[in-house]
Design a protein around this ligand. Structure first.
Ligand code: DAK
Length: 257
């Protein structure tokens, strides 16, 4: 792959976007390589958690590639928008938790990719924005839909209509990120969270993510029914037997051998 690196360590797959001369901006090639990397990590039984980050000190992803978009006809823009949206669905629906380690600019499509991840950790230099209206366009990879769900309608409207950058500490205050850490500690913090997730049952994690995502847009009673069915289904798994037995036997469960 030209723009994407995947490294594996202790069941953690780190996917790095490396197109530093364009601040990791995403053209069709980056989108398609990222999609391939995610699909293969999600399928790989050895992978328990995925970390997504950008190469270099400056940017997570500075957005969709503006130079590529400048020449697009509406039909090409539709294809570009759909391929980016498709990627966000693959990330969001991943059965393995996806952590965005935001190491700089997360603008436009970059902010939207981070919104599709399950947990966001920002370095102190991270900057978030949906600046599309400044270019005479709108967010096309889910920003108008996921941002209000995450930070509330009022904050999302302000971010999308003003297009201003939001710094890391403000992002923390409004619930856009889970943690802010010094830039030098971003990898360590992302891994710390990944390792804490890895101690838990993979099937239980997969089922939790599915219930949260499917249930989010359901009526409460429907969501509760989804949850109780998923809960009872887990009682057929070796994983639940191991977890429950380990507690009774006063030992740590072993979910991954
Ligand atoms: N696309 C292409 N190249 C980019 C880029 C981008 N988004 N961001 C930066 N670059 C390139 C710059 O052009 C420059 O390249 P050269 O000129 O050296 O060839 C290089 O990266 C370094 O950037 P700067 O020289 O500008 O670096 P600075 O530190 O001075 O400034 C900056 C950093 C991030 C503030 C600035 O580069 C900037 O404002 N970049 C644009 C940020 C932005 O507006 N991002 C949002 C893009 S819009 C849709 C589908 C998708 C989308 C919308 C609709 N549908 C089909 C419906 C998504 C839209 C977006 O993401």
């Amino acid at each position: 792959m030209k723009y994407i690196r995947v490294e594996m360590k202790d069941h953690i797959a780190t996917i790095t976007i490396d197109r530093q001369d364009a601040l990791n901006a995403m053209n069709l090639k980056v989108i398609s390589e990222l999609k391939e990397a995610f699909e293969s990590c999600i399928e790989d039984l050895q992978v328990g958690v995925i970390i997504l980050t950008g190469a270099g000190e400056k940017a997570f992803i500075a957005g969709a590639d503006i130079k590529a978009m400048q020449k697009m006809k509406p039909s090409e823009a539709l294809k570009f928008g759909k391929s980016g949206q498709n990627l966000t669905r693959i990330i969001e629906n991943s059965s393995k938790p996806v952590i965005a380690a935001v190491n700089g600019f997360a603008l436009g499509g970059g902010c939207e990719i981070s919104l599709a991840c399950h947990i966001r950790i920002a370095g102190e230099n991270a900057r978030f924005a949906q600046p599309e209206v400044r270019l005479g366009i709108i967010p096309g990879w889910g920003g108008t839909q996921r941002l209000p769900r995450l930070v509330g309608k009022g904050k999302a409207i302000e971010m999308i209509t003003r297009g201003e950058m939001t710094d890391a500490n403000t992002a923390l205050q409004i619930g856009l990120v889970n943690y802010v850490v010094p830039q030098a500690e971003l990898t360590e913090k992302s891994q710390e969270i990944a390792y804490s997730i890895l101690k838990n049952g993979p099937e239980a994690i997969r089922t939790s993510l599915a219930c949260i995502h499917k249930g989010y847009d359901m009526a409460l009673d429907e969501g509760l029914e989804l949850e109780v069915q998923a809960f009872s289904n887990l009682f057929t798994t070796d994983e639940a037997t191991e977890g429950l037995t380990a507690f009774v036997e006063k030992r740590k469960p072993d979910f991954r051998s």
